[in-house]
Design a protein around this ligand. Sequence first.
Ligand code: G16
Length: 544
Amino acid sequence: MKTKTVPTQPFTDQRPGTSGLRKKVSHFQQEHYLENFVQAIFDTQSDLGGGTLVLGGDGRYHNRTAIQVILKMAAANCLSEVIVGQGGLLSTPAASCVIRKYKTQGGIILSASHNPGGPDADFGIKFNAPNGGPAPEGMTEAIYKRTLEMQQYQISEAPNVDLESIGNHSVGDMLVRVIDPVDDYAELMQELFDFDAIHSMFNAGTFRMHFDAMHAITGPYASRILEQMLGAPQGTVINGTPLEDFGGGHPDPNLAHAHEIVELTTGFEPVDFAAASDGDGDRNMVLGKNFYVNPSDSLAIMAANAHHLPGYRMGIAGIARSMPTSQAADRVAEAMGIECYETPTGWKFFGNLLDAGKITICGEESFGTGSDHVREKDGLWAVLFWLNLLAFKRQSVRKIVEGHWRRFGRNYYTRYDYEGIDTNDANGLMEHLQNSLASLPGTEFGQFVIQYADNFSYTDPVDGSLSQNQGIRIGFSNGSRMVFRLSGTGTEGATLRLYLELFEPDPAKQLQQTSDVIAPLVAIAQEVAEIRQRTGRDKPSVIT
Ligand code: G16
């Protein structure tokens, strides 16, 4: 095999965001752009030399091209083996599962998650560490620093690998093992959940559900597990064929983008349960009949009920939630006498807590929940968790959630996204908030009195690393809260996220419309942050 050393020049914009490097496809198609980043991974992760890498992506446009490039670079950088999903496909949680199961030296996942795909849309790449989780900040910073010095990269001149044929292939001396992308993951799910109970529920014929794969990666996983293994009727999975442009859709499982599945839970003959997952299969949205489960509530309910399910019978060690996620999980932790950790946004911050056995369940408001079974959030896992819970409790989704509120109180919760705003305006707004922090405590807005205002920083309890500037928190004396932060996953301008939360302990007041309850907080947020004046926006682009 011939290896080429290709001269290149550094790009200055390869610092990974909340979850890897995400850019427009055209940006990645610039000569050497992908190669520089991949070489920086190989240069900084020295265990990969002579080791094994897992490689796969969500199947979006540019996935196949990128995989062939990475395989040739891996061979030239002396890796001994790459495990790749058939067709270049691996959902993000499945990649994490495979990295862990085969004890590899890490993985490269190609995805821009819930962002749209296609020649004019987004692409992304991230490195996952040997624990199966997203590279922690120290690692991503080292990769970024290396990209700034990049002068050359190595690539072999071998032909493309046939990614369709399962089995062993090679690039020079390097083994390329093409595996079924679903097998290992499906086996793991069987260990965690009571498949017999779920199977019986489907068999009884009275329970109806749909799962929307949104033409993204979870189609093959959901068809195999739900329809083939668990006996759900054919057609339970909709939009199940992964397409390079996700069928022109926006593969984000929320009320705005996954409306097809939402409609199946309302109107004529609504189904009992519905769910959707995102581009790379790590997010989830769950719905009952005429009922939407807020992701923060979903996390709290999972934590409160995990001990009913086989994989978690021994109980859970602790819970973690990202800072903007509602405090519903904190109430469960308190009742259970376990710790609830508050981490910055980004799944990478859960890795150390999971590895150290401090937590078993974790989640985020951004439609992500997971457990210590892998080191990524896991969309289909969450759906199976809910199915198992429904089979165990024999209650509707609504009953389960309302029962939870009665017991623990309800955290009304909503998120406003102002997308594609001018970066300078967004930074100006955050600076204005930062400058107001000292004067805010004590300020009264009717019955809402600000108790604290700060810029969240986090010291990792395992390795002591400090992450600062993780979002502005404003807390009120009645337990309500608002959080402002800029997204780290967008590819155009800036996205301002405003997270609003109001705690209601009184069961008689727990069944109101979230928008009505939250309205006073929206007005306060507007006043405190001067959103309209500073961004020119009257209303958010998306409300979830
Ligand atoms: C990623 C991260 C999540 C984060 C989400 C939103 O999710 O893994 O931890 O909550 O982005 O981040 P931001 O608010 O910075 O846009 P995914 O599903 O895009 O990988």
